[in-house]
Design a protein around this ligand. Structure first.
Ligand code: 2AM
Ligand code: CA
Ligand code: CA
Ligand code: CA
Length: 259
């Protein structure tokens, strides 16, 4: 299948621009919050409303596409053939509810299983990270250079709170070798930090919509995106993922105790 990646990129930027406007203007008073699996797992009326809006726009522009999304308005996607959109309407819902910043909206697009275009908006900073291998990487209109291939000792690392606190895979050994440890609580915000060289690694258990957009963009700037045992990524299931500079990811894989 042949697709125009530049056109899809333009579509995503326009769409996330509108999502950002809506989320910044929607009155916080009208927020209703519910728990999903546990008290740390929240969903709001804005997560649902935003996903409905994004998925509707995608279906209108790309009726042949299938959609994998978090809040239940997507399709039941069983394989990666054709055009597949991954949608996380609000990434960092806890930050959205508790702080009103450090949350994102993300869309990743794959064609026959291959990463094509990713787009992430840092909603409150109104910055859109977007692009892919073919067209390059941008923050809003500005092209960004590939981040430096720094080693662990020279960079900040981000590990999800549950993984860091439980010391899963002895991840604290990796953290101790770095310049320092951060926990931003939104995969989308952290992908922005990786793409602009502010952090050198992210490790977390990620669902498909957490990973899709960031993977496309990080790979496009030469970063490594791997599973914990260096196994190939499966975009249709949740898994532990390490993203970072090539040097840091190989150091992490050597350091982590995976069995
Ligand atoms: P969310 O806000 O879209 O749910 C918080 O640590 C980060 O991890 C956010 O990006 C959050 O996305 C994601 N996250 C929260 N719970 C998760 C889970 N059970 N599995 C995978 N990702 C999760
Ligand atoms: Ca969620
Ligand atoms: Ca998410
Ligand atoms: Ca979400």
């Amino acid at each position: 299948m042949k697709v125009d990646s530049k056109k899809i990129d333009g579509f995503l930027v326009k769409l996330l621009t509108r999502v950002g406007e809506n989320l910044r203007s929607d009155s916080i008073q009208k927020m209703s919050v519910a728990t999903k699996k546990n008290r740390n797992d929240l969903v709001t009326n804005f997560d649902k409303k935003t996903e409905k809006f994004i998925n509707g726009e995608i279906k209108q522009a790309y009726p042949e596409a299938t959609i994998v999304s978090e809040e239940g308005y997507g399709d039941l996607v069983k394989d990666m053939s054709g055009l597949v959109f991954f949608v996380d309407p609000i990434d960092g819902t806890m930050n959205f509810v508790k702080r009103g910043d450090n949350f994102a909206s993300m869309i990743g697009v794959y064609i026959d299983g291959e990463p094509l275009i990713g787009a992430i908006i840092d909603v409150m900073d109104n910055e859109i990270y977007h692009g892919g291998k073919e067209i390059g990487l941008f923050v809003n209109d500005k092209k960004i250079d590939d981040p430096k291939n720094l080693p662990l000792v020279e960079g900040l690392v981000d590990v999800s709170a549950p993984m860091a606190l439980s010391n899963r895979f002895s991840v604290q050994d990796v953290i101790k070798k770095s310049s320092g440890f951060r926990v931003y609580g939104s995969a989308g915000i952290i992908f922005g930090h990786l793409l602009t060289g502010k952090e050198v690694m992210y490790m977390s258990y990620l669902a498909p919509w957490d990973l899709a957009a960031g993977r496309v963009m990080c790979e496009a700037v030469g970063m490594s995106v791997v599973g914990i045992d260096d196994a190939p990524l499966n975009m249709l299931k949740s898994q532990v993922v390490i993203v970072g500079t090539q040097k840091v990811v190989s150091e992490a894989l050597e350091t982590l105790k995976t069995r």
